[in-house]
Design a protein around this ligand. Structure first.
Ligand code: AVJ
Ligand code: FE
Length: 447
């Protein structure tokens, strides 16, 4: 009697090999980028704590490698014994403000450790089973989690470099940006008629736990700005005494303002010739066409009140960014499901600046909002909380530990975000007083 072996789909191995090759290539590319960003830095710049809010860059490098070791070699199949590695590079054991006092290795030693961990991770990848393994490995999820972790720390490093002490950071090279375009009136809005939409995702191959599950929400009709609020618009708020008008600020915002002693967005400076802004080593006269950047939630909220508007909720933001009313589906990106390229949005760091709003003509959502992905993270009015039915996966310290009313959600990524780390459903969060992030906003209004 012939033994009938159930046929395996012919491409099973080929597909797994392809996935292995793709992931290996992405890991290599991610590391090349990280090292490219830090290449111009001296040993002193790498070890220094440039700001109490930020780690020494060497800590980020060691932490990137330790996280990779934890997830891609030690935790890959067995049960997850700890969710963050113990020791020097555990973020919970050592808050950012004290990381300058840790005994961090030199760059040479750090790079040896990074290489050694990478070699083991790549060797282990060769035998990874993406189909029958634990959920962590299914479809290669854990590799994309580790990749996104490195991408996110690249943006963290760029925040540090924007705050750098001593001589400003000078990038090795800058990708050119599209010229300004004169088709949108500042503050112009589009209408969404309301109704039942879906937000979030059920994807388990790349999405974070906080993006799941996909769920229905009922949205009231609303208006939302076609572009992020520009420097030109925000300057009107500054010049109208916005920072001194109590009635524009929430109690919490006013409290922050009285302690912070702030009169304009971070990195704006008033000179005899007018306001200037600085991005890394580039100081220029305030460009009215670029999105305002480095504002905290309270400044965004006060501006919105000044303009007779409000901030969007994150469900409104996601609807405006990705909901296609005619198809009744959400897109991965405003422009569709096509993977990012430099013409679609200002992402991926190498421009080292924001672009004029609306300049990426294809960066438009079905309802007509421009620039929802890239340039600046956009503050929403929503607290960072789990969606209905949220389940922590694979570790509670990524998202769940931060749920509650302390953090506000930001959406859409910035010029400093790597494309693999953002999509219409991606949720970022920070304290409402924070301005070190590449953060701006757009406004909404009730119908
Ligand atoms: C998602 C940007 C808020 O930096 O705290 C990095 C990302 N989590 N390592 C952060 C993160 C663990 C996280 N944010
Ligand atoms: Fe981290």
């Amino acid at each position: 009697m012939t033994h009938i072996v159930p046929a395996r789909p012919a491409d099973t191995n080929a597909t797994a090999d392809q996935l292995r090759a793709t992931l290996a290539k992405e890991l290599t590319e991610a590391r090349r980028r990280t090292l490219w960003l830090v290449a111009p830095l001296s040993d002193e710049d790498l070890h220094r704590q440039h700001d109490p809010l930020m780690s020494p860059i060497l800590w980020d490098l060691g932490h990137i490698a330790a996280f990779e070791d934890l997830w891609l070699t030690r935790n890959l199949t067995g049960r997850i014994e700890f969710s963050e590695m113990p020791g020097l590079y555990n973020p919970f054991e050592h808050p950012r403000r004290v990381r300058g006092t840790l005994a961090l290795p030199g760059l040479g030693e750090a790079r040896e450790t990074m290489d050694e961990i990478r070699t083991r991770a790549l060797a282990r990848l060769e035998t990874a089973d993406f189909r029958n393994g634990p959920r962590l490995l299914l479809n290669g999820f854990v590799y994309r989690m580790v990749l996104q972790h490195e991408y996110q720390h690249d943006e963290t490093i760029l925040q540090t470099l924007q705050l750098k002490r001593g001589s400003p950071y000078r990038p090795v090279e800058r990708r050119p940006l599209p010229p300004p375009i004169d088709i949108h009136r500042p503050g112009e809005m589009v209408f969404f008629p309301g109704g039942s939409v879906e937000v979030g995702t059920n994807d388990r191959s790349a999405a974070y736990d906080n993006e799941r599950p996909r769920h229905q929400v009922n949205i009231e009709p609303f208006w939302i700005d076609v572009t992020p609020v520009t420097n030109g618009q925000f300057l009107k708020f500054v010049e109208a005494g916005g920072y001194r008008r109590r009635e524009l600020w929430s109690d919490e915002g006013w409290q922050w303002l009285s302690e912070a002693d702030v009169v304009a967005p971070k990195h704006w400076e008033k000179t005899l010739g007018g306001w200037t802004t600085r991005t890394m080593d580039l100081i220029r006269p305030l460009d009215p066409a670029r999105p305002v950047c480095h504002v905290c939630y309270h400044e965004a909220d006060a501006y919105a009140k000044f303009a007779g508007k409000r901030l969007p909720t994150e469900a409104e933001w996601e609807t405006a960014a990705s909901w296609d009313p005619s198809a009744g589906v959400g897109r991965r990106y405003p422009w569709g499901d096509e993977p990012w390229n430099p013409e679609l949005a200002n992402l991926d760091q190498s421009a080292f600046d924001t672009a004029p709003v609306g300049a990426c003509l294809r960066n438009v959502s079905p309802i007509g909002c421009y620039g929802m992905i890239g340039d600046v993270w956009e503050w929403t009015s929503s607290d960072f909380r789990g969606y209905p039915g949220f389940e922590p996966f694979p570790y509670a310290e990524y998202s769940e530990a931060f749920f509650g009313s302390e953090y506000k959600v930001l959406r859409g990524g910035s010029w400093a975000t790597r494309p693999g780390a953002v999509r219409a459903t991606f949720r970022n969060w920070d304290y409402p007083i924070r301005r070190q992030i590449f953060s701006g906003f757009r406004c909404a209004r009730d119908a």
